[in-house]
Design a protein around this ligand. Sequence first.
Ligand SMILES: Cc1ncc(CO)c(N)n1
Length: 229
Amino acid sequence: MEGKTKEKGEKSGIIEMWAKKHSLLFTGATRHPFILSIRDGSVDLSSFKRWLGQDYVFVREFVPFVASVLIKASKESDDSNDMEVILGGLASLNDEIAWFKSEASKWDVPLSNTVVHKANQNYCRFLENLMSPDVDYAVAITTFWAIETVYQESFAHCLEDGSKTPPELQDTCQRWGNDDFGEYCRSLQEIANRYLEKASSDVLTEAEVTFLRVLEHEIEFWNMSRGGV
Ligand SMILES: Cc1ncc(CO)c(N)n1
């Protein structure tokens, strides 16, 4: 279906095609019951606090992953400004870590000696495997795009008109749901599409499978936050 009748002017890159093809899983990650509970105001604050403590651990593991993507970008001899986009992402992670620290103290969530939940451990191990120099840049940048985009689409949903997000959670939703973060995700998407277009079919398959793994890990992460496992 896709590709046969491409509408003129409609930007349909590989990423958009995959997001459509796997929309059930994509929606599962971006419209998870945990997110819907923030949006309708019914969220259990102990779940939110669990998410906060666990996500701080995740973000500290995410930084070296993003650094590995930056290294891959620096080796691609192409005169675009991919490096600046990724470097911007790293800079915002610096702010994010500071934000987690102040938010955690606001909520009385201790950040040291956190018991790392299984879903988080699995997600961090997955990231660690993707840091290898053997992993293709197209795969790594697709992964990076997917991780950021799940948060952007999830939290932006909690800021839409009609949402009843509790005021004390607005700041969290703004962090990932704001328009600038959306713009940054679109820049990552544009880079990913550009490299996927020139990737071999093996790399394409690997990138698609990795994208699906990200969605699964994100769903497990929300499940964990909600208190399931
Ligand atoms: C689990 C998870 N996924 C994505 C992001 C976005 O940076 C995050 N902070 N945590």
